[in-house]
Design a binder for this molecule. Structure first.
Ligand code: NAP
Length: 288
């Protein structure tokens, strides 16, 4: 696995490509907006015109695009991966996407004589920059073992969760937890401010107790600095909550707290904040 293809060099993808390059891999890159690959090309990556041409020139192909529709396009489109993939290649989708789509890609890959893994990550823009994301993998063990050393160039925690789709299901479980930590962080700050407390002190103090969590630690300080730029886009979190709730329905379970978080984030999007980071949830209170 010397030559790697990477499709989707946004907030997360660009940082991951840098880890691949600094680990000595040759990397072919493609992104819908070409300029987002400029810095990577300066660092040694090779620009390819289409996902198909990335697949033709690479043994291991990562995708990290936005939504399930984007995943479909880069795999199944006329200029997509499946029209260029070479025998014995391995395809890895790092996008947070639907478990059913991961299963579909796995089947198509099998028919074409190649392997595929679903491998969504957690850890935010900082985790990607530091090369410490948590990577949740679904697929066959043999393919997982082959890709493991490459995953380790950008992962802090890595686990094969089960067959195709299991990585995406694990990520949905992760996003259900985040629904609680983001709404909890937001209401903590709304309450503390209304009570006239020093917010920096509150975050520092409760962050050392049983309320400690990743959202508080990483997004709390950004809110106090009024930095609402996207580490993780509101529009992507709404996509994730929608997938999680649809999967829950299929499983015959009811997740009222997750539904409530989705309602709040939908409201935030309606207010024009789809391209903010998820910490902008507090604008539902502080803008009014
Ligand atoms: P992002 O900055 O929007 O990156 C996605 C990239 O994919 C963009 O550069 C986009 O191109 C490109 N793209 C989309 N559709 C494409 C297509 N059809 N062909 C080629 N390129 C395409 O988003 P991100 O924050 O990196 O997130 C990527 C994925 O990881 C999402 O599914 C997200 O939910 C997930 N995720 C994000 C985080 C986080 O904290 N940011 C953490 C874990 C997981 P354009 O430049 O043209 O838009």
């Amino acid at each position: 696995m010397e030559t790697i293809g990477f499709i989707g060099t946004g907030v997360m993808g660009a940082s991951i490509v840098k880890h691949l390059l600094s680990s000595g891999y040759k990397v072919n890159v493609y992104n819908r907006t070409k300029s987002k690959t400029d810095e990577l090309v300066d660092l040694g990556a090779v620009w390819k015109e289409t996902p198909k041409s990335v697949a033709e020139a690479s043994e291991l192909i990562f995708t990290m695009v936005g939504f399930p529709e984007d995943v479909k396009e880069v795999y199944y489109g006329e200029n997509g991966i499946f029209n260029g993939v070479q025998p014995d290649s391995i395809l890895v989708d790092l996008t947070t996407s639907k478990p059913s789509l991961a299963e579909e890609i796995y089947q198509t890959a099998k028919e074409k004589g190649v392997s595929s893994l679903d491998a969504p990550v957690s850890g935010g823009d900082l985790g990607a920059r530091n090369g410490t994301v948590t990577t949740m993998v679904g697929g066959d063990e043999a393919a997982f073992e082959k890709v493991k050393p490459v995953f380790m160039t950008f992962s802090g925690t890595l686990e094969l969760q089960g067959p195709a789709g299991s990585g995406q299901h694990t990520k949905m479980a992760n996003q259900i937890m985040i629904a609680g930590t983001m709404t909890g962080l937001t209401e903590l700050l709304v309450y503390a401010k209304a009570a006239g407390l020093n917010l920096e002190k509150v975050l520092k103090t409760v962050g050392g107790g049983s309320a400690a969590n990743w959202s508080l630690q990483n997004y709390g300080p950004r809110i106090l600095k009024e930095d609402y730029s996207a580490g993780f886009f509101v529009k992507h979190y709404i996509k994730d909550l929608g997938i999680a709730l649809a999967e829950a329905e299929k499983l015959g379970i009811h997740l009222p707290a997750t539904e409530n978080a989705k309602r709040l984030y939908d409201q935030l999007k309606e207010d024009g904040h789809a391209d903010d980071g998820t910490q902008a949830l507090i604008k539902l209170w502080w803008e009014n």
